[in-house]
Every structure is written in C-alpha cells, then in structure tokens.
Ligand binder design. Structure first.
Ligand code: DLL
Length: 446
C-alpha cells in the first residue's frame, strides 16, 4: 500500500498498566452499581441477591451482577433503563427490534463527549490525522454509525464530508471531486463503491482514499484484502453496538491482531451462551459488556449475542487492553443486511399482517456481488392462490409494504404455490444464509 502508517495513541488511558486499569475498573464498576440501583429492573435484582456497591471488590465480581438482554430492554420500552434525570438526556439513538419498535438508547452530555473520545481513539489508531478529510458513507439517524463516527472525527480535528448513505454514483462524484483521504462506512458498501466506480470506468485505486474505517456488520479477512487492493488503502475494523455505546467499543490498531476493547469504559466477558460460564482466552464465546462510565444508559452485563474470541496477550502497539477477534457469528438469529439488523420474527410479523399469506416462508440471504440480497419466499394460502396476475402483484405490494414498515429495508418477494416450502419436523428452518458459504466467514488469527 502506498500510504505510510505509523503507530499513534490518542489517549494515554489506552496504555494503563493492568493493575491500574483494574483499579479503575473496580472503582467505576462500584459507581455504576450505585447509579443503576435506582433503575427498577436492577433495583429488584439487587434486592433479590443483596448486591450493593460494596459487593464489588474486584473486576471479577461483575459476575455477581445480573445479565441484561435485548428482551429486557423491550419489556421496559422506552425508558425503563434510564439512569439519569430525563432532562439530562441530550441525544437519543436506537436500533431495530422484533416488534417494529426500535430499542432506544440515551446519552448525557458527558456520555456524548466520552463517546466522541472513544471513536477518536480507534480512528487515530487506524491512521486518522488532523489534516485528513473523511468521507462519511454511514447514514445519520437513529443508527449510531453516522453521528458516532462524525463526532469522533471532529474530536481528532479532521475534516468531514457528511455524504451519508445511499446514491452510490453521488458518493463517487464527491470522492472524485473532493479527494477525501478516509472512507467511513460498512465494508460491504466500500466494495460496492469500488464496483460501481469500475462500472463507470473509474479505477478506485486512482481515487484519493488511503484509509478506511469499516464496521457495523460482520466481514472477513478476505474482504479486507479485497478492499485494500481495490482502493490501495489500509482498511481497519471497528466494532460496537447501540446498547453499549455505538461504534467505539473496540477497534483495530495498525498491527491488526484483533480489535482493542476500550476496557477502561466497558468491562468485557466472554461466556458460553448455554452455560453462561466464562470461556478462556482463545475460545469462542458470547461477548458481554458492562458499562463503567455511562450516565444515561449504563447496562450491566449486556448480552450482545455476538460470538468472538478474546486475547489478553500483549500487543506491539503499546495498548494494554484486551483484544477481540472479528465477530464470528451470533448466538441468536439476528441477520445483518447491508448494516441493518433484521430478525426473522420481524418478517414473520409483517407476513401475518397480510391476508392471503400462509404462515410458511423462507428467507434467503446472499451476496451475489458486493451487496447483501435478501429474498423472502412466501407461500400463498390455497384460497388466495390465483393465476390472476393483478391480484398477485397487489399481494406482493402489500407484503413489501409491511416488511419495509417493520424492518426499514426492502426485500425481494417471491410468491410460491401452496405446499411448496419444505416443512420441517422440528424447528422450522426460516433462514438460509448463503453468505456464510460464499464469503467463507473464516476466522482470522484471534
Ligand atoms: O452497528 C454500531 C456500529 C456502527 C459499529 C458503525 C461500528 C460501526 P447496532 O446497529 O446496534 O450498532 O448493531 C450492533 O452490529 O451486535 C454486531 O452484531 C454488529 N456489528 C457491529 N460492528 C461490527 C463489526 C452498530 N465490526 C451489531 N464486525 C453488533 C461484526 C459488527 N459485526
């Protein structure tokens, strides 16, 4: 790659020695326990188990605390988990849920500042400098990607073109004319930009982009190699989720041997999702995060459902934090389609709203080129089955409308004759994800 990259650290707290880090974690964990003791969900759990801030004597004592799940957030929709005065909430974001309602998350002013600093950390660690111009291809909205990265970039002092999602030819025009140094978005969208550029006769390597920060969806080392070759850029992975903060939970350093978890702000555990017991470094498990410094929405032991591997070994970059591998899979059935989280149950809910549809469907996900495609095969009920084209088109239109209104994305709809979707003897197979075999979602070195 033509651009030079050097190892830089934004915040000295990224290099605390492990003993100091653990002392800080314990002190912050106690403060968090104190803070959430007023949240009804935790108040009740603490009363049942007798937990108080004094119960926390070491970071490992986090295991005395209750887990929090997405279902708990839904049950206490919208603000049951708020841990501050509502007047102190200065930003709201959200992510998709199975009921059509998103789950909301909230930030105080301090949370917002802390978040910008965490994004600045991984951006700088992946080459961002003050004199760079960044091209933002994440959307700005309830999704945390756009705003989260935006303020991180500004914190570093770099410039930003908030181009936002959609309209690929326009992205290409802006990139060619404004000559940004850095591309921010999902990895699949980066590949799509390269593909469309080539179709337009533009070699993406001739573009000015030399660094890329990608996240929001799973990707592979193979995809990284392709993006880097397509653009002649350094491509860095960053990970996060709305419930924990958004982007900024972890990110690559220049050595790219796993993403450094910002452990002074989030306590990480890796557990067996069935037994809930911790797994050792190097073993696959579900990541669980406890917020240590958040004011508005600090969750205890949030079960991400993301499967990854932890590594507490030393990293050459000088950061002392633990690293996580790429996300290898999920311990639930959530799909990520072009960066948007979709649950099969959302599709089911949409289908059940439409008369003439039988409760049999199959969701097929693939990535024929660079972008995810999703097609829902829907069985029509025998009564509605008709060869009148117009009626069938109308049925398709209604299904499309319901799915879009619940998930926010457009899926291909294929109507199939009654009794053609294979029935299962046990758990119904609702999803076939061809991406796993297509891309070879293989594990990089942890
Ligand atoms: O996707 C936050 C984010 C935005 C991270 C932009 C990085 C960049 P949610 O919409 O709540 O938040 O989705 C969170 O996305 O639990 C993972 O399953 C997946 N995910 C996020 N980043 C990565 C990544 C944002 N780098 C869910 N690799 C998470 C794999 C990722 N999966």
């Amino acid at each position: 790659m033509s651009a030079k990259i050097e190892n830089r650290i934004w915040d000295k707290d990224e290099t605390l020695c492990r003993a100091d880090l653990e002392r800080l974690q314990v002190q912050r964990l106690r403060e968090t326990v104190q803070r959430v003791a007023q949240v009804p969900f935790y108040k009740q759990k603490f009363a049942e188990t007798g937990i108080t801030p004094d119960s926390i004597k070491s970071a490992a004592d986090v295991r005395k605390l209750p887990f929090t799940t997405k279902a708990d957030l839904r049950e206490h929709y919208p603000w049951g988990f708020l841990a501050c005065d509502p007047k102190q909430v200065k930003r709201i974001h959200g992510s998709s849920g199975t009921t059509g309602k998103p789950t909301f998350v909230a930030y105080t002013k301090n949370d917002r500042d802390m978040w910008a600093n965490l994004c600045a950390r991984f951006l700088v660690s992946g080459g961002l400098r003050e004199d760079h111009l960044c091209h933002m291809a994440f959307s700005y909205g309830l999704f945390t990607g756009g705003f989260g990265l935006h303020y991180g970039i500004e914190k570093v002092g770099a410039a930003i073109c908030p181009a936002a999602g959609g309209n690929t030819p326009r992205h290409i025009l802006l990139i060619q004319d404004l000559k940004p140094d850095v591309l921010i978005g999902t990895p699949s969208y980066a590949l799509h930009i390269a593909e469309v550029a080539r179709q337009q006769g533009v070699d993406p390597r001739s573009m000015s982009l030399r660094f890329g920060h990608f996240g929001g969806e799973p990707w592979t080392e193979e995809m990284r190699t392709k993006i880097e070759a397509d653009f002649d850029m350094h491509a860095f992975n960053n990970y996060g989720l709305s419930e924990v903060i958004g982007p900024g939970v972890s990110g690559d350093c220049i050595f790219r041997t796993g993403m450094h978890i910002q452990e002074d702000h989030f306590l990480v555990e890796c557990i067996n999702p069935n037994t809930l017991e911790p797994v050792l470094d190097g073993q696959r498990g579900e990541l669980v995060f406890t917020a240590l410094t958040k004011e508005a929405f600090p969750l205890l032991r949030y079960r991400t459902r993301d499967i990854a591997v932890l590594d507490h070994g030393k990293c050459e970059c000088g950061r002392t934090t633990c690293r996580m591998s790429r996300v290898i899979g999920r311990s639930d059935d959530m799909l990520i389609i072009r960066g948007v989280n979709v649950f099969p149950s959302q599709v089911e809910e949409a289908l059940l709203r439409v008369d003439g549809v039988a409760p049999h469907y199959l969701i097929e996900v693939s990535r024929p080129g660079t972008m995810d495609e999703i097609v829902v095969k829907v069985e029509i009920s025998p009564q509605a089955f008709s060869d009148k084209m117009r009626q069938m088109q109308e049925l398709k239109r209604r299904i499309d409308h319901e799915i879009h209104s619940i998930t926010g994305i457009r899926m291909g709809i294929e109507l199939v004759e009654p009794q053609t979707i294979e029935r299962s003897m046990g758990k119904a197979v609702r999803v076939v994800d061809h991406r796993k075999t297509q891309a070879g979602l293989s594990m990089p070195k942890p």
